[in-house]
Each structure stands twice: as C-alpha cells, then as structure tokens.
Ligand binder design. Sequence first.
Ligand code: CA
Length: 515
Amino acid sequence: MNRSFTAKRISFILCIMVLLASAGLHAQQKPNIIVFLVDDMGWMDTSLPFGDKVMPLNKRFHTPNMERLATEGMKFTHAYAAPVCTPSRVSFMSGMNAAHHRVTNWTSVLKDEPSDFDHEKNPLKTPDWNINGMSPVKGISQTVYATPLAELLKEAGYFTIHVGKAHWAAAGTPGASPYNMGFLVNVAGNVAGMPQSYLSEDNYGNIPGKTTYYAVQNMTEYYGTHTFLTEALTREALKTLDHPIRTHQPFFLYMAHYAVHLPVNADDRFFDKYLKAGLDSAQAKYASMIEGMDKSLGDIMDFLKQKNIDQNTIILFMSDNGGNSISPAKGDKLHTGNLPLREGKGSVYEGGIREPMIVKWPGVVKPGSVTDQPVIIEDYFPSLLEMAGVKNPKVVQPVDGKTFVPILKGNSNVYPDRIFTWHYPNKWKKKDLHDIDYLSAIRQGDWKLVYRMLTKKLELYNLKTDIGEQHDLAAQYPDKVKKLAALLGEQFRSWGALMPSYKAGGQQVPWPDKL
Ligand code: CA
C-alpha cells in the first residue's frame, strides 16, 4: 500500500512536471510582433523629444502613449527611412536599400505611370526606376522581385495581418495586394498612398461620382458613424487579433496607419483643444490627427494588457519619411515643420529621413532606454526575422539591412564603421524643380555628405555639432569629402544604382567620386 502510494505520488509529480514543461513551452512561444507604422510623421511631430532637449514643436503636440511606450522600451534618436513612402515601405518588406531595389520614388496607383513628370526647366532626365514597385513574383516589368518579410513570417507560423496603407506597388501588379505579399488578413490596404478622406461622413472618399483610387476600401460598416479613419482602422485591427489570441498562434500585425498623410482633416475628438491652444486651422487639424494616431497606439497597448499578452508582444513604432513641410493641405497653410532639422519629406536632409522610433520588447529591452546608434528602415527585415526566430530564411534578394536586435539587447557601438545611404534621383512634383530634387547622401559616424546632382556639388555636415545641416564643411575637410564620396560611389556602383542623365548629350550624371 505504501509502495502504491509512492507510485501514485511519483506519477502525480510527473504529471505536474509535464504540465509545467508545457506551460514553459507556452511561455516561450514566439513573440507577437506589432509594427506601428505612421505615414509622413516627422521627427518633431510628438511631445516625446527625440532631440537632446524639448523643442518648440514638441510643445505643440500631445502624444502621451508614445511617451508611455518610450518609458517601457527603447527610444532610437537616429532612426532613418527613405525620403518618401514607397521606397521606405519596399525597403521594410525586402530588406534592401532604395538605391539597390530601385523603387526610388513613390508608386502611382496605375501601372507603368511614373509619379515624377518632366519639366522644361529640368536639365536632367530621371532614370528608369522601378515605377511599378515591389513584386513577390518574377518577371513583372519595372518591379524589384523580392521575398516579402510578411511571407517569411507567415511561413514561420505567424498569423499575418495588414491594416491600413500598403503602397508597395501599382495596380495590376502582384505586389499591389497585401494578400500576395504574405498577409492572411488585409484591412484597407491597396495601391493608394493616401486616403481620399479620413471622415466617415465622406465614406472615406466612397462618394458616388467622386470616388477615386484613393477612396478607402473595406470600411463600409463605419460609413456615416462619425468615426475618424484612424479609429476605425484601430478597431478593425483589434478585431483581427481575436483569432490568433484564441488559437495561441503568434501574430504579426502591420498596423500601417494612413495618418498623418494628407489630406489634413480634423479629428473631432481632439481638434478644438488645439484651436483653443492658439494653433491655426491647418496646424490644429494636423495636431488632432497626430493625437488620434497616438490614441490608436494607446488603445492597442491597453488591449494587449487586457488580453494578458503584453509581456509576449514586441511593439515597434516607426514613420516612413519625414514631416511634410513642402505641401500644404489644399487651401491651407503649412501644417507642420521639422525644425531644427533641415527640409522635410522628399529630402535627404535630416528633416526628410530622420524618424521617431521606439521599440518595446518585454524581458529584452531595458525600459526607458535610449540609443543614438543609427538604424535604417531596411534593418527591420533582418531584425524582425531574428525576433521571430527565423534562421537562414529563403530569400531571393540580397539583404542590405542589418539586425538591430543587438542594440535592443543593450550592446553599444554595434556597427562602428557602418555607412548609411539615401538616393533620390527623382523629382518631387511635376510643377517645378525644388531644392530637394535629385539628391543623394551618405552618413558614417557623425559625418554626412550630400550630393546635389543638379549642380554636381558635394556638401559636408557634422551632425553632432550641426543637426540642422547649416554649416557646409566641405571646403574645410577635403579629405573627409573625398573619403565619403568614394564610399558612396563604390556602394552605389556595386548596387547598380540608377543615376539621372543630361537631356542635352544623354550622358549620365557623374558618380559622386568622379566629379
Ligand atoms: Ca509617407
């Protein structure tokens, strides 16, 4: 009897051990990953300072949930993207630099239509870039053929969800649909780079006789409900999480808000507050869109906590390019700026490429930490694969990005001599030439070289002492100019980067190290 009691006890203990082991396995389940990607949000469009002090623009905005995320995660003060939407989004999904994947400008909604048109004052001919964007299928004209990040995460067992703006490719190509890019669920993502309207009173643009390619799809149940698009997308995103949570499947939520891209519409939940604070109408509308976006972030964080999955969910906050300081909303004054950074969306100066970035990874990232190590949008590709435990992924493209997981783990000086490059051999608008057209840049350490292709001029800045890129030091440090120009030229040639050519004579604009 005593022996039987012991046997029972042993089997009971074994049972408990098995249960504990399976609970342990459950706890070690792959982390959920949420990428919260904002559109056109500048480095300064937040009350969370990414500079070394609070600056005037930080005081204009209220983003309490970004502040909260930063106290729970790591703030990146030198995070970069490409100067405009599609190049960044393709870099994210492919791991390639824009100079390499050759989708150097945003894609039009329709196939074979370049978004940058010619102009009589323009002495340059824009190169034959990949105007149809990214394709997960080989042989589609003027696309970069690449294995999408979401496809690899799906293969690794993730429930992949796309919510919001896609904008990787033109209509009629495979890359236009999130379903072809590795997502199991798609809410409102297609070829459009902006919503026709954020207002449910406008049915988000789906108005008989006025509907364009920019009218937001899949959102019919919110028509006329007085629900700002940002809020509607957030509710839909949370609904889609029910399934993976219930089935204990890890998920990848690509929460790619249309906000805060044009059109600048008032988010009524917050608009009056900013008017009363003394902002003009356009600025107040924009600030209300920023706060609406921030509320979405907070709602998602609250939801994760309610469902008790916040400790196993990584949240990455990012924007796809700098604040739009060149295109005021229709009939409005300019709604934002990037000071102290120079220029804005479309430019390779810091205002166009430096982004607000925060990463929360419970148990890995030290809460409230800050890093000034530079990272760039193509780094998301290898980083997310590492987070998901994907080793040796089968990828058709060469990956340029480097994992920032070692930075998240608290390592310093992870990539000491790394170079970062930007390439915009394009023209911003059809109307005329801008100061930000046809620029390339390279950064190494604190030094940044800007190549102006229109004038064949090289400018040198020290970002540590001159964040606003106001003091061109090229004449003072010719050796530094020579070294960076050589690095940029070599890198671009090895990638087969496209350069504009002269309309007169047809010659290619020289490489930065062959001037
Ligand atoms: Ca954008």
